[in-house]
Write a protein that binds this ligand. Sequence first.
Ligand SMILES: *Cc1c(COP(=O)(O)O)cnc(C)c1O
Length: 360
Amino acid sequence: MLHMAEPLIHHRSPEFRAVMERVNANLGYLFQTASPVLTLTCSGTGGVEATFVSLFSPGDTVIALNGGKFGERWLHMARVFGLDAVEIRTPWGKAVDAGGVEEALRAHPGARGVYLTHSETSTGTALDIRELARVIRENSDALVCVDGISSVGALELRCDEWGVDVCVTGSQKGLMIPPGLAFIALGERAARAVGRSETPKFYFDLGRALRSRESADTPWTPAVSLLLGADASLAMIREEGIENVWSRHERLAKGLRAGIKALGLTLFSDSPSNAVTAVHLPAGIGWKEFNGALKSGSGLTLAGGQGEYEGKIFRIAHLGYFDELDMIIVVAALERALAACGFGFGRGEGVRAAQKFFLE
Ligand SMILES: *Cc1c(COP(=O)(O)O)cnc(C)c1O
């Protein structure tokens, strides 16, 4: 990613406009949409904030799925901006089913939007966005708003075909570049909602971003070097082919899960995401001890649990720049750390199961 170390070009120059034109076209491919995808200079959370302030007005009802840290964040954020946010709560590690969403829409027929977290990173849980979008569209006029921050470029997602109105991602997840950019796919119905919103906003006004985009521009100075990186990573995704990117993530996740199960460990989620795998920490092993053994034994960084699952689960990211050998190394590192913590398992069985999956 040495593109980001190149001398900067001016953001109102023809050279930069050419970069933005390529980025805009490749973002449409990434999100599988013919509608505009906007680029904001902020992290993914800023991208979601831009959707709340640009699409809705105080007093509007939105439904938010809360099955983990990020779903919870959007529920709170909606309330900060004066929206009447209806919560659908699901236990961590479980995916909401379409029936629950249909019920909420019946109880709140005027809902203007439904916020769904495609891959809930705190629990490693994936939602069936295709089915949920279908149910929302059939039962309401609510906009289908997807937090795709850890799913875009990892899990299958077809905005236009599935009827997703709004989808947000961030540069540091599936796009494989440092944090600092948010990308927002905005369908036609969402673009119309932008014109009706009365929430105060300035920097995060998607109406301005839409107007600037007509001339391959951004309203404010963008993070130019990150955009040079995005230009390169989007070209990589285009070259591999989005379907191949999705199936690579599926294979990596499945091979990793095979290795984990062969060690006698259990997955946390009923509906595991192909971007991140959450695993129960075996009884009797502390997270600090296990994490320390991972770091000193293999130099591997995994994430612990959040909220009430702190110390109870650990999470392995496998979205973006990963391949099959990386997964085998992760399983090998888990074996070493588990052995160091005195956990009983068939030595080498995890690596064997993962290798076998990939070779068959
Ligand atoms: C990382 C992440 C976020 C937060 O994104 P920031 O870039 O840290 O603001 C939100 N939702 C999901 C699902 C994520 O994985």
